[in-house]
Design a binder for this molecule. Structure first.
Ligand code: FAD
Length: 305
């Protein structure tokens, strides 16, 4: 059921659980103001000593330069290990390989390798570029040939919307591991049981890589619930009830969101989970508070923005 069922830290003393590891995901900024907010968030979260910070890659390579600039700056500053998301939508192998090589040359050693969604959006049929990588598995194998990258891939506890079954999804995850993936990061979920049951199935299927839960603090319930629906992640009624009536009350919503996410991660800690990947939405406050509850305290000199 759990990665480490013998957690010796009951709820009251969880903050002493010594081996919690976290990572943070950001998206590349579109405007100067968004860039300032991003780096403010990065500088706030970096002292917590995350394993890595990753930067997403917009559909069809739409953020190629901005993703690269953000990841390269993280690498140059050298405070936190960066990870670059990379997809194989709409580009030939040569182009993708050049991007990966560029990351290697910039000192980046970790890529989050994804197939990506078609330009028409989630749900549209994926068509590989005629000279491109045909799948995330092929992309992982291609990246591994370019350099000895650490490669993370996605995993879907409630199955990917395109997959026929959870078993088909597990077969696909296994193929990504066989291609060289070192870690999987899950799509977000709101019921811990879903992740724990999924992990049981993964281990029963003989897949041994770490499968890190992706945690999405609900900054904006309506928006996240809409996205979850498209992504195939279920939103339980009890969660909707908790946010009921708060659409125009961002302050209370934020407090509720922190409580909900804290309950979720602390519940996972009780099941022996030690690694967490946070979808930050480029905002530090909620995630910082949750990490504090997990027992993390600033470790580094906070960098000036
Ligand atoms: P895949 O590895 O492609 O697999 C998804 C499932 O679809 C498989 O398990 C399998 O069941 C089925 N499938 C796919 N291809 C085949 C095939 N050839 N044959 C049979 N079955 C198949 N998107 C972005 O655009 N940019 C990002 O930066 C980004 N970051 C993400 C980070 C995480 C942690 C996660 C969970 C998702 C991210 N995504 C991102 C979304 C992702 O690109 C989409 O969900 C996409 O639809 C699938 O790509 P994938 O690599 O996640 O999944």
């Amino acid at each position: 059921m759990s990665e480490n069922p013998s957690c010796e830290f009951p709820r009251a003393s969880r903050t002493h659980c010594p081996d919690i590891r976290v990572s943070f995901e950001f998206f590349p900024p579109k405007t100067v103001a968004m860039e300032a907010m991003l780096w403010e968030s990065i500088n706030r979260l970096a002292p917590l000593g995350p394993s890595f910070m990753s930067v997403t890659y917009g559909a069809g390579g739409s953020t190629r330069e901005r993703t690269h600039a953000t990841v390269a700056r993280l690498a140059k500053e050298g405070v936190v290990k960066p990870a670059a998301h990379l997809t194989c939508v709409g580009a030939g192998r040569e182009e993708i390989d050049a991007i990966a090589k560029g990351y290697w040359d910039a000192g980046v050693r970790h890529i989050v390798a994804l197939r990506g969604d078609p330009p028409e959006g989630l749900g549209a049929k994926f068509m590989a570029h005629p000279e491109g990588y045909e799948s995330s598995c092929a992309l992982v194998a291609g990246i591994k040939k370019i350099g000895d990258f650490e490669v993370s891939v996605s995993a879907y506890p409630e199955r990917h919307p395109e997959s026929l079954s959870l078993d088909a999804d597990l077969d696909f995850l296994r193929a990504k591991v066989d291609a060289g993936a070192n870690r999987a990061i899950t799509q977000f979920f709101f019921e811990n049981e879903i992740y724990l049951r999924y992990l049981d199935r993964i281990r029963a299927a003989g897949i041994e890589i770490p499968v890190v839960p992706g945690v999405m603090p609900m900054q904006n319930f309506k928006q996240t619930a809409g996205f979850a629906k498209k992504a195939g992640a279920s939103v339980p009624q009890w969660l909707a009830d908790r946010f009921e009536g708060l659409d125009d009350d961002p302050q209370t919503r934020s407090l509720v969101a922190a409580t909900v996410a804290a309950e979720q991660v602390l519940g996972l800690v009780d099941h022996g989970v030690r690694d967490f990947h946070f979808y930050t939405n480029n905002r530090a406050d909620l995630v910082y508070a949750i990490c504090h509850l997990l027992g993390l305290r600033p470790k580094l000199e906070q960098k000036a923005a």
